[in-house]
Design a protein around this ligand. Structure first.
Ligand SMILES: N[C@@H](CCC(=O)N[C@@H](CS)C(=O)NCC(=O)O)C(=O)O
Length: 291
């Protein structure tokens, strides 16, 4: 059987949970002991057939509330085109798991499955809830060491809480990411109930510290180097209260940041919406990654 990932001596142990042939490549699920999180973390990797003979670029997808490393791989229908385009898809989990903090699973929008891609500073979360550093620093190293990928060519996208994570990651690390896009992202977490709840819990009551994780704030100080694509369904049940793409667009326009915000009548917050516009996102990222 062809070996689709290369375990180097320098790489920390990577445990293969399962691998599945998919459009000529492999959809795999892996577990490793995370230095940032201090617990085992799982992630998915889709390697296109091109990875058998060359190092392929990496597109990371950050998922939303209640999701895990499998959600995108199962529901987004992205592998067929990723196979054609020759890009690897990396899908991290959405929070640490395996802690026993009181109330950690009582809410679907806070705690387990709701890491919000921040480095928590409040107790008890601060020790393990370090998803920002995990996504932007540790995981790219793990992927570069363990798989046939080119770490110099990376992009990022995501959905809802993951769209927020993708925008914040790209705006804070414009040199690392060649392109960024989002489906129904939480665009202004400091101004919506989901963000207020998560940031109060993870970052505390000093709202100044929240700004480092708010795309609408960040874009005003450090625009990204290329156009940002955002797709948003107009029948999205969370649009009015939680997502605020209009605030992000307004802030971006003010500083000359190119944004394409596409509003789609009839589409909701789910993976039927995501599937529908997936190809546009993959093609844009592939164009940046193969440049
Ligand atoms: N509370 C609801 C909504 C959660 C929700 O809509 N999560 C979005 C991300 S914010 C999602 O992608 N869910 C997984 C799916 O639709 O398969 C639930 O638990 O189903």
């Amino acid at each position: 059987m062809a070996q689709s990932y290369v375990q180097t001596a320098a790489a920390p142990a990577l445990e293969t949970l399962s691998r599945h042939r998919c459009f000529g490549g492999w959809q795999g699920y892996y577990r490793h002991q995370s230095r940032e999180i201090g617990l085992p973390m799982r992630f998915g990797v889709y390697l296109p057939p091109q990875a058998e003979t060359e190092r392929v670029p990496v597109l990371t997808y950050l998922a939303g509330l209640t999701c895990n490393e499998e959600t995108f791989a199962i529901k987004a229908g992205a592998q067929r085109l990723a196979s054609e385009l020759g890009i690897a898809l990396v899908t991290p989990d959405t929070s640490p798991r395996g802690t026993d903090f009181p109330g950690q699973a009582d809410n679907w929008d806070f705690g387990i499955g709701a890491g919000f891609y921040v480095d928590a500073t409040e107790q008890p979360w601060a020790k393990h809830w370090r998803m920002y550093s995990y996504i932007n620093h540790e995981l790219p190293e793990v992927i570069a060491n363990g798989f046939s990928v080119d770490p110099e060519r990376q992009s990022i996208f995501g959905h809802s809480m993951g769209g927020h994570g993708a925008l914040v990651s790209a705006l804070r690390n414009p040199k690392r990411y060649r392109s960024v896009s989002a489906f129904a992202p939480i665009c202004a977490p400091t101004q919506c109930p989901w963000g207020n709840k998560a940031f109060s819990g993870y970052l505390g009551s000093d709202k100044a510290s929240w700004r480092a994780y708010d795309a609408t704030e960040l874009v005003q100080n450090q625009p990204f180097h290329s156009e940002i694509l955002i797709d948003q369904g107009l029948d999205d049940e969370f649009l009015t209260e939680q997502l605020h793409p209009n605030l992000f667009e307004k802030a971006a326009v003010k500083v000359g940041q190119p944004v394409e915000l596409r509003l789609h009548p009839g589409y909701s917050h789910n993976y039927y919406f995501i599937q529908t516009f997936m190809a546009d996102h993959l093609k844009r990222h592939a164009a940046a990654l193969h440049r």
